[in-house]
Design a protein around this ligand. Sequence first.
Ligand code: NAI
Length: 327
Amino acid sequence: AKKPVRVTVTGAAGQIGYAMLYRIASGAMLGPDQPVILQMLELPLEKPQQALKGCMMELEDCAFPLLADMVGTGDPKVAFKDADYALLVGARPRGPGMERKDLLSANAQIFTEQGKAMNEVASRDIRVIVVGNPANTNCYIAMKSAPDLPKANFTSMMRLDHNRAVYHLAAKVGKTVNDVEKMVVWGNHSPTMYPDIRFATIAGQPASKLVDEAWYRNEYIPMIGKRGATVIEARGLSSAASAANAAITHMRDWALGTNGKWVTMGLPSDGSYGIPEDILYGVPVTCTPGKYERVKGLEIDAFSREKMDATLKELLEEQAAVKDLVG
Ligand code: NAI
């Protein structure tokens, strides 16, 4: 049998955490032959710790064959100890009257502390996905706070945006998600993201020839950008099952490979596509087990450049707002 790997989940007792833990423990993330040790972090306060205990009782009661052990804690240094994978979900939500700047700095503190903890105690190969918003900038902060770990191992979640883009494109032409290849979502996880269908195919046909350009520009792009808000309006709560699913499939693809299929990940930029180095930015990748590779050399036309620069501008503003807090 394989040696168990350590998987850290932060914000484990929250909505997304609750939709995520049981699937990780069942093998949905790392495969049906990979035992896992879950290391769960929650705020060191009575209520969240109590809720976490409840989640752990349910993990026990699932009797998952692949769940080798588990730890629940309020201490990042315990949660990240020797961790091979980390899903950083817990974040500070925007409270009433809270300005964007305050939100960014509250989160900067959390992700600085967690980055430092990973730097100190995690496996040197730890693979990280940041889900908690603002996810790209939080990931940038964690990466900068962990200078001894490879930058390339820090990623932010763009997969929910990618999955939304795939589904709604397929649905428009009466096909299924299985028919869609080569979707790209550039930029920030925010309404400024740019779902780019120029390379996409649907059942082998170029997507741009199958859908109307006015529909694509005026309806589809804003619909994908606002999908999160649309779900909140309907459900009264933000996307949780689909967010957990996106994080799990992001990590599964990274660990096990995509067989040539393109997926979108937020990666620290290597300077390609005119994105300044280190900015966490959604780009297309393919994965072989344990490794992602950027899809390089795609042509960027004038419309795309404008969209890609707009979402970059927002990321640069977020980065500027936390500049003094990043060590
Ligand atoms: P939630 O509020 O239900 O759960 C968050 C949990 O994190 C809470 O249990 C809270 O106690 C915990 N937490 C807060 N600060 C913490 C810290 N410093 N250490 C450990 N735990 C901490 O929220 P939900 O719905 O689970 O969402 C979590 C985050 O994911 C939010 O920031 C949300 O905006 C973001 N999100 C990101 C998406 C993406 O595509 N990147 C999609 C959907 C949500």
